[in-house]
Design a protein around this ligand. Sequence first.
Ligand code: ITT
Length: 193
Amino acid sequence: MELVFATNNTHKLTEVGAVLGPGYRLVTPRDCGVTEEIPETQPTIEGNALQKARYLYERTGRDCFADDTGLEVEALGGAPGVHSARYATDGHDFAANNRLLLKNLEGQANRRARFRTVIALIVRGEEHLFEGVVEGRIVEAPRGTEGFGYDPLFLPDGHDKTFAEMDAGEKNFVSHRGRAVRRLAEYLHSTNK
Ligand code: ITT
């Protein structure tokens, strides 16, 4: 089955492709002639995932899905949350975001955090949402070079490696996105889509 995945993030494309497996061919917006940035202007993660999927469906008429993810830090009242990509700057500057997060947690004993992903799927015009959450904590200094975004700072509960110290398979096994994509895959399999 072919699905258009509304992302420009190649790390995500690889992660999601690995979890869905060989039965699915992921197509990028660019492959369908959608070259402009897909708007993400909603105040919630769910809202952004739906906005991106609807935008792509309206442009292409093809079965598609989008994900949106936020890092929710307890001591910061859930920030950066829906603003995770643009926490420190207007762009996707991962290093600057990580520096700001560490600065904002300086001297803070409570380092509880969670990643939350919501996937919005549109198949034959029908919308479905899938969620994946992983609980953990923010370490005191970056560790590891794999993955992307806040991975060097996030230590999932029950593990002694940050996401950036895990290989892609290990991260997918426990991660927010891995969990959400497995729910998406279960749904697609159960409906033989
Ligand atoms: P697209 O919208 O093009 O898919 P994005 O990088 O903006 O890519 P999201 O909006 O889903 O992706 O995520 C917002 C930010 O949250 C992202 O820029 C990263 O900083 C962070 N993030 C998302 N998933 C992550 C992960 O698995 N590990 C670490 N950080 C992540």
